[in-house]
Design a binder for this molecule. Sequence first.
Ligand SMILES: [Zn+2]
Length: 180
Amino acid sequence: MIDSFKSLVLNYSYEPLQFCSARHAIIMVFGGRAEDLESAGYLVRTPSTVFKLPTVIRTLKMVRRNRSKGLAFSKKNILRRDNYTCQYCGASNQPLTVDHIVPKSRGGATNWTNIVVACKPCNLRKGDRTPLEMDMPLCQPPKKPDFQSIPFIIPSGPNSHLEIWQKYIPPKIFAKSVAF
Ligand SMILES: [Zn+2]
């Protein structure tokens, strides 16, 4: 059971950092690296003891993140920045791809400001043309995201977990869980 649960890890400053497996959260708490901040009440039994599964833990030391370096440029982070939504038609229930706004074949760069999420139908329709040529305006101009603007991928879990997590994650970065 424990392996299907996730825990939210907060920085020492209470800023959300990431999700980890509940097993890893327990190891951090018992290893003295984090405190158990909140639990939805699920019990874990070992041969010698019973304890509550941590739903939120907080590191006992400030975890520094290299902000100057920013987020890695990757397909996964493009999907996260665009909230798993096609930037041409707004669909999120279609197979998603990433699209060069100015096509590569026409000198378009592979970077944060020239790549957006596109559903397969939009990507096919657009082909080797620009949004202007196809009259396919973007929902919003793509930017290089910072850590705080990128939505968290909320793992699936019991509602009791989701309610607790919601208290610690700012609404604008609380994205729905996405199954891939
Ligand atoms: Zn689309």
